[in-house]
Design a protein around this ligand. Structure first.
Ligand SMILES: *[C@@H]1O[C@H](CO)[C@@H](O)[C@H](O)[C@H]1NC(C)=O
Ligand SMILES: *[C@@H]1O[C@H](CO)[C@@H](O)[C@H](O)[C@H]1NC(C)=O
Length: 252
């Protein structure tokens, strides 16, 4: 009896103490904005430069001939449906920082490089043209087997590119998030897998996360009009809702 009471005491007092979350109220600031229609790329070779907007923390790739679909094949691509703005914690704008942040929201590195898969390219309109992905992260289910387990079973993953060419040197991460079926289906994206992949990351990021002594929580702003809604040009012909989540990730 006494033992039970003291165990209950330990559980209720020690758990909150040892985790000591600074997260507080989980409400996040949500806003939907429309991006302008861009009919032609800026003619920067003849000196016309787009208004790069540092106050937003990222630059619309379409201003310099880029797009919000990556290049999975020559013409088809997967949506870049999430942006981590450079108004975020400067640490996660570094490559090491993004790795750590990805772990905090439930991702880990690819399984020992055993299944890297096909490298995608993206053109972020920063003057570097199409460039290979800088980062691939896969969902981490639990320590036994870790990401290897996920690689077999399918799940969430994302690819990231940094916007850092001289024409748009914002430092923001542009991310293509999706949810895959298991590997017996050859890493095919689920029906609705693009929207699901993005929403999973937004949900994790806005509810707050923790890794090795650091806490973060993101604010999200939804953008419509950057990416056409539907399946036109989209790899596997899987439709997506055309919304891009812009995250500003704050260190707490
Ligand atoms: C830059 O972005 C801010 C924040 O979204 C906006 O208020 C401002 O009008 C933009 N400036 C230009 C030149 O587009
Ligand atoms: C842009 O960032 C990527 C990813 O960190 C890095 O590999 C690359 O060297 C950078 N390029 C430039 C021009 O700074």
């Amino acid at each position: 009896m006494l033992l039970h009471a003291s165990l209950a005491f330990l559980v209720t007092t020690l758990v909150p103490l040892s985790i000591s979350s600074p997260l507080g109220d989980p409400e996040s600031n949500q806003l939907i904005l429309n991006s302008p229609v861009i009919t032609k790329p800026y003619d920067y070779k003849n000196g016309e430069l787009p208004p790069t907007n540092d106050t937003e923390g990222w630059v619309d790739p379409r201003l310099n001939g880029g797009r919000l679909l990556d290049f999975t094949t020559k013409r088809l691509g997967e949506p870049l449906n999430l942006i981590i703005s450079s108004l975020s914690d400067p640490y996660i704008l570094t490559e090491t920082g993004l790795h750590i942040y990805a772990k905090s929201i439930g991702f880990s590195e690819e399984c020992l490089g055993l299944h890297y898969g096909h490298i995608h390219e993206a053109d972020l309109g920063d003057g570097l043209g199409r460039k290979d992905e800088h980062f691939l992260a896969r969902q981490y289910y639990f320590p036994i087997g870790g990401t290897c387990w996920e690689s077999v079973r399918g799940g969430h993953h994302f690819r990231a590119w940094r916007q850092n060419g001289t024409l748009a040197n914002s430092g923001a991460w542009f991310i293509g998030a999706s949810k895959e079926k298991d590997s017996s289906k050859n890493h095919k994206i689920e029906d609705d897998g693009y929207n699901l992949g993005r929403d999973f990351m937004v949900e994790r990021a806005t509810s707050g996360s923790y890794w090795s002594g650091m806490w973060w929580r993101a604010e999200v702003e939804w953008r419509e009009g950057l990416l056409p809604k539907g399946k036109h040009g989209v790899n596997h012909a899987i439709p997506q809702d055309g919304k891009v989540a812009v995250l500003t990730v704050h260190r707490l």
